[in-house]
Design a binder for this molecule. Structure first.
Ligand SMILES: CC(C)(COP(=O)(O)OP(=O)(O)OC[C@H]1O[C@@H](n2cnc3c(N)ncnc32)[C@H](O)[C@@H]1OP(=O)(O)O)[C@@H](O)C(=O)NCCC(=O)NCCS
Length: 181
C-alpha cells in the first residue's frame, strides 16, 4: 500500500521533442539557473539539433532539456542538459541524456562529446563518457577586453558554474566499439 500526506503527487513527466516553439520556455529555464544564453541562442541550438532535442514536461511546463548537434556521422555534441531546480534528483537528466545517446546511435554517429559541469560528471561517467581534457571558462566585459590582459578585472569562473561553457571537463564516448589495435 502506498500512503501519501500533504501535497498532491505530481503527474509523471512527459518525454517529447524539444521544438523551436519551446525556445522561449527553454530560455526562461536557463535564465532561472543563471546561464547566459539568449532566446536567439536557443533558437539557433534547436535549429541545429532538429529532431535530436528532447525535453520533459510536467503539467505542460518545461522541467528538463537536452539538445544534440550532429556533425556528419563522425561525431555529435550533447548540450543544454538542465533540470529545473525544483525537479532535480529524480533521474530527469539521466533519462534525457540517455534518450539523446540513443537518438545519436540511431543516426550512426561514431563519437559523442559534451562539456561536463562538475555536478553532472558522475552522471555522464555512469553513462559511459570518459574525461578527455579540462576547459577553463573565463568571464569579463567585452568592452574592456583590450585592458583585461594581466589585470584583475578578468575573473575566472569557478568550475561548474558556467554560462556558455557550463563546465570544466570535456568528455567523449565512442558509441561504436573502437577498432582493435
Ligand atoms: C546537473 C543536473 C542536470 C542534474 O539533473 P538531475 O535531473 O537532477 O539529474 P538526475 O536526477 O538524472 O541525476 C543523475 C545523476 O547525476 C548525479 N547528480 C545529480 N545532481 C547532482 C548533484 N547536485 N551533485 C552530485 N551529483 C549529482 C548523480 O550521480 C545522479 O545519480 P543518482 O541518481 O545515483 O543520484 C542539474 O543539477 C542541473 O540542471 N544543473 C545545472 C545545469 C548544469 O550544470 N547542467 C549540466 C551541464 S554539463
Amino acid at each position: 500500500m502506498t500512503l501519501s500526506w500533504g501535497a498532491k503527487a505530481l503527474p509523471d513527466p512527459v518525454l517529447r521533442r524539444l521544438e523551436l516553439a519551446d525556445a522561449q520556455a527553454a530560455f526562461e529555464l536557463s535564465q532561472l539557473i543563471g546561464w547566459s544564453h539568449s532566446s536567439a541562442d536557443w533558437e539557433r541550438i534547436l535549429g541545429w539539433g532538429g529532431a535530436g532535442c528532447f525535453c520533459l514536461t510536467q503539467n505542460d511546463q518545461l522541467v528538463a532539456t537536452v539538445t544534440t548537434a550532429v556533425y556528419g556521422t563522425d561525431r555529435a555534441w550533447i548540450g543544454m542538459v538542465l533540470t529545473h531546480p525544483d525537479h532535480r534528483r529524480r533521474g530527469y537528466a539521466r533519462r534525457l541524456t540517455q534518450t539523446a545517446i540513443d537518438y545519436l546511435r540511431e543516426q550512426g554517429v561514431q563519437r559523442i562529446m559534451l562539456d561536463a559541469a562538475e555536478a553532472a560528471r558522475p552522471l555522464y561517467e555512469d553513462l559511459g563518457f570518459r574525461r578527455l581534457y579540462s576547459v577553463e571558462v573565463w568571464q569579463g566585459r567585452a568592452s574592456g577586453l583590450s585592458r583585461l590582459a594581466g589585470s584583475s578585472a578578468a575573473q575566472r569562473r569557478p568550475p561548474g558554474r558556467g554560462c556558455a561553457g557550463r563546465g570544466s571537463v570535456r568528455c567523449g564516448t565512442p558509441v561504436a566499439d573502437p577498432p582493435a589495435g
